[in-house]
Design a protein around this ligand. Sequence first.
Ligand code: FMN
Length: 167
Amino acid sequence: MKILVVFYSWKGKTRLVASSISKVLGADLKEIKEIEERRGPFSFLSAGYSAARGECSKIKPFDFKLEAYDLIFLGTPVWAMRPAPAVNAFISKAKLKGKKFVLFATMGIFGGKKTISIVKEMIEAKQGRVVSSFIVIKTGGVKREEMIRRAEEIAKKFIKQGRKEVR
Ligand SMILES: Cc1cc2nc3c(=O)[nH]c(=O)nc-3n(C[C@H](O)[C@H](O)[C@H](O)COP(=O)(O)O)c2cc1C
């Protein structure tokens, strides 16, 4: 089974989780990147505002084809209890029909469940299939090693039980 782990990350936590998962699964790892860098004193507010409105940001063209994969892990940070605008953009641009997804999100404290349900709806609206999802809880105040441990644990659990659901 060919697996892709694709993610967006602003501050690096979702990247850390995604790369830990991909290592355990032996999956390809790809990052969704925005064209404009988010910086400056109002960047946090504008990011949250844009996410709250369900907007798509401008993302760089991706150098991979989802068609090449049997299963896609898609990860987003939680912004204002929603997916990041770059992930909205990815979903709106990519061909998802018939593709199988496992969803994950990283969050400071709360909003992961709602975020995952929004991503699921968007994927299903484009005829993709969500076969499983999980939330990597609380990156706020959590040490790097602990985040890696959680991500690896989830990926190992997926290998043990989850693949069954995926067929
Ligand atoms: C604009 C913005 C909005 C956020 N909103 C939430 C939120 O609603 N709930 C939450 O628990 N964490 C929230 N966070 C925290 C992030 O979800 C968390 O730090 C995440 O792990 C960051 O991922 P990253 O390092 O890959 O960017 C927010 C962060 C940003 C930048």
